[in-house]
Design a protein around this ligand. Structure first.
Ligand SMILES: O=C(O)CCC(=O)C(=O)O
Ligand SMILES: [Fe+2]
Length: 736
């Protein structure tokens, strides 16, 4: 096992949350409110004053750091930046950044950041939980460095600095400079076994998954170079990798500048307002000038999802670096992640379910094992694998018949919108994920599906497959009238024989054959319910994502496509997979997979970014997720549920929050258009917000990035036109 370290700081500065607060406070309404409630003004004034000075300073710092990073000589430190270096509450000064960078570069030393965490001896499992948030307004004494945790990251011992991930979500030039420096120094130095690899925390310092993914690849490359045996000369980071770092850094910093510039003006106006009001309210201010608002939430208002998902909206165009290839373009047999699923005795699915006798039995065993072997190898090589013709065209038709019968009961899929696991809501956001789904339970090897899937009451009858939802179950098998056009014969309705077989054969293949061929799958022991999904066409899509980012136990995603023959590229709905071996940047070009009927696509649920490109025709699939026994049992034991599930479980509050957002805060979807807002709308926001239940209010406040529920309520009641527009634009960027 390799055992080495990279250390880098990933601290993010607090001010970015402050200056991006979407809720502008309207002066006249403050005054009006002040008449009623004295401390409101105090609250507003302190909120505003808090932002004072920081954006300007930050902007200067970023500019300076950038100049210096790009090799230009540092400007003499200004008094403000020089003084900031001694204060734990101020943003880092440019000269601090540059000093650090220069030192690291010159000495080829690992960055001494976060006191180059002393590795702890590996606990039994890596801790991936973020540490509890530190207060956003630093106190006079610096926060203690969070304890690192150590575990495995592929074959490498990894120590993860437990910086609260919430704080790492926003752009941090400092973190970026550190990352780049780390990589550069790594490439020049053989890391020692005492060093600490913090890939995870470095990745988390990027605001979008595509950036962090790129960074991860670059880090891996840097590490790889550092590990090349090079007796005579030190390993050199190749120019193109360096160039990518520089581009990434440039881009990130430009972005920071843009944001800051935009906000600076706004902040200045706010500060001025704040000062005016603070002066007017001095009698009601607290004597020590302390802040009487709640500590700012560490939850940034940007939901994780959309930043990860939308390449078009994404500020960093990953695709332009790594253009897609089609399966067909992966020329050699070895390169192609595809294995034929047909045998001379029929499709793999049917062979798996049939019983053979004598020598035929032995032969078929061999055939199946050899297929599994191939699939296992493809998976290990590419992180994903395709089995073509796993079921026959005729079976696809049967499956579609069964599915068509229940299609009226499909409902819009939902995604988790909000920052982190604890704050947000499960809502339908068609621009991010446009499929409709129906969960089917039954046939479980073990029934422990309680976290993310529907886990309905398992149907009676061994291995039966039924809709999980009782309401749907009742209707299936009685009358389903598709728009009054077609009635389905009672003998077919409510029976899912073909689906049951298809899932059984997948289970057999995965549990009994494949799991023995791939170490990553050796502990598969159960699976989720089956998800029937249709992308109804009209551009419906699922933006780039990784299925399991919360260690919920899912290890292998298996999809069986159920489309009629002749699906072509023009129909859209391609599965784009960022496969490839972990360490190989080159292998990470996305591969486009047509959703051909009978084809199975599988990939590691926890590693593989993928997306469904806009579908122009109805596109059908059934998906099952296979669980890693240990990760799953840990997730169940910890109740992955208590974070996300706690909120997710509260269906009513979520529906309420979702309704509120749709009725008041969701724009008409076009970011570019300055939508007009009238008085009635403004009043309505307040009225409806006042009527929200406590739980729904918490969800809404979390999504909007308000520091507290109370703050959101205040703001909702004092919403002015511009604030609402901004808020809507912000939400529409999230895909809401
Ligand atoms: O249908 C597909 O090809 C992929 C769908 C997907 O990514 C998902 O449901 O998580
Ligand atoms: Fe997915």
């Amino acid at each position: 096992m390799d055992n080495f370290t990279v250390a880098a700081t990933s601290a993010t500065d607090d001010y970015e949350q402050q200056i991006q607060l979407p809720l502008r406070i309207d002066e006249s309404s403050i005054k009006a409110k002040y008449k009623k409630k004295k401390n409101v003004l105090n609250l507003s004034a302190t909120v505003l004053t808090e932002a004072e000075g920081q954006p300007r300073q930050l902007l200067d710092n970023v500019r300076e750091a950038r100049r210096q990073f790009m090799g230009l000589p540092p400007s003499p430190p200004t008094s403000s930046s020089a003084s900031s270096s001694s204060s734990s509450s101020a943003p880092p000064s440019a000269s601090d950044l540059y000093e650090k960078y220069r030192k690291m570069k010159d000495e080829s030393a690992l960055p001494p950041v976060a006191a180059a965490p002393t590795p702890v001896n590996p606990p039994s499992a890596p801790s991936t939980k973020p540490a509890p948030p530190v207060p956003t307004r630093p106190t006079s004494s610096p926060a203690p460095a969070p304890a690192p945790s150590t575990g495995q990251y592929n074959n490498t011992k990894v120590t993860v600095l437990n910086y609260p991930t919430d704080r790492l979500q926003l752009i941090s030039p400092r973190a970026l400079v550190d990352v780049v420096s780390t990589c550069l120094s790594l490439a020049q130095k053989q890391p020692s076994s005492n060093d600490t690899m913090t890939i995870k925390s470095i990745m988390e310092s990027f605001p979008s998954k595509s950036q962090s993914e790129l960074c991860r690849q670059l880090l891996i490359q840097a590490v790889k170079f550092a590990h090349q045996p090079s007796p005579s000369s030190p390993p050199v980071l190749p120019d193109d990798v360096k160039e990518r770092f520089v581009k990434l850094a440039e881009h990130q910093m430009t972005k920071v500048e843009e944001v800051l510039e935009k906000n600076l003006e706004k902040s200045n106006a706010l500060v001025k307002q704040g000062q005016d009001h603070a002066a007017a309210a001095s009698s009601s201010s607290r004597p020590d000038g302390s802040i009487n608002v709640e500590k700012r939430s560490t939850h940034a208002h940007a939901p994780v999802f959309n930043k990860d998902g939308d390449e078009d909206q994404n500020d960093f165009n990953f695709a332009s670096w790594l253009p897609s290839v089609t399966l067909e373009e992966l020329e050699t047999e070895e390169n192609k992640p595809t294995v034929a699923g047909s045998t001379k005795n029929g499709s793999l699915s049917s062979v798996l379910l049939r019983s053979f006798k004598g020598s035929e039995k032995r032969n078929m065993k061999k055939v199946v094992a050899s297929k599994a072997d191939k699939v296992g190898k493809k998976l290990q090589k590419s992180n994903f694998a395709i089995i073509d013709d796993f079921v026959t065209v005729a079976k696809v038709k049967e499956l579609r018949n069964e599915i068509d019968n229940v299609e009226p009961h499909f409902s819009a899929s939902e995604i988790w919108v909000g920052k982190g696991a604890g704050v947000g809501a499960q809502i339908s956001v068609p621009s991010v994920r446009g499929d409709k789904v129906l969960w089917m339970c039954g046939g479980h090897v073990k029934n422990d599906s309680t976290l993310f899937d529907s886990a309905g009451v398992q149907p009676k009858g061994k291995g039966a497959i039924e809709p999980c939802e009782a309401k749907v179950k009742e209707k299936v098998g009685t009358t389903i009238d598709k728009g009054g056009i077609r009635r389905v014969s009672a003998s077919v309705m409510g029976k899912f024989g073909a689906l049951k077989q298809a899932i059984e054969s997948l289970d057999k293949f995965v549990f009994e054959e494949l799991s023995a061929k791939d170490p990553r799958l050796s502990r598969l022991s159960s699976r989720s319910d089956a998800m029937l999904a249709v992308y109804p066409g009209g551009g419906s899509r699922f933006q780039r994502h990784i299925d399991n980012t919360a260690q919920d136990g899912r290890r292998l995603t298996v999809l069986l496509y159920l489309n009629e023959e002749g699906w072509c590229k023009e129909d859209g709905g391609l599965l784009k997979v960022w496969g490839g071996k972990e360490e190989e940047v080159e292998g990470r070009a996305p591969v486009e997979v047509l959703p051909l009927g009978g084809r199975v696509a599988m990939f590691y649920s926890d590693l593989v970014p993928h997306e469904v490109t806009p579908a122009h025709k109805a596109r059908y699939a059934v998906t099952v997720w296979y669980y890693d026994r240990i990760e799953r049992s840990e997730a169940v034991a910890m109740g992955a549920g208590t974070e996300k599930g706690e909120e997710a479980g509260d269906v009513e509050a979520q529906a309420e929050a979702s309704k509120f957002i749709k009725e008041t805060l969701a724009g008409k979807g076009d970011e570019e258009v300055d939508e007009t807002v009238d008085e009635t709308e403004l009043r309505r926001v307040g009225e409806l917000a006042n009527g929200l239940s406590k739980k729904a209010l918490k969800i809404v406040a979390g999504i909007c990035g308000a520091p507290s529920e109370e703050y959101f309520l205040e703001a909702a009641n004092r919403m002015d036109e511009r604030s609402l527009r901004e808020l809507r634009q912000g939400l529409s960027k999230m895909g809401v």
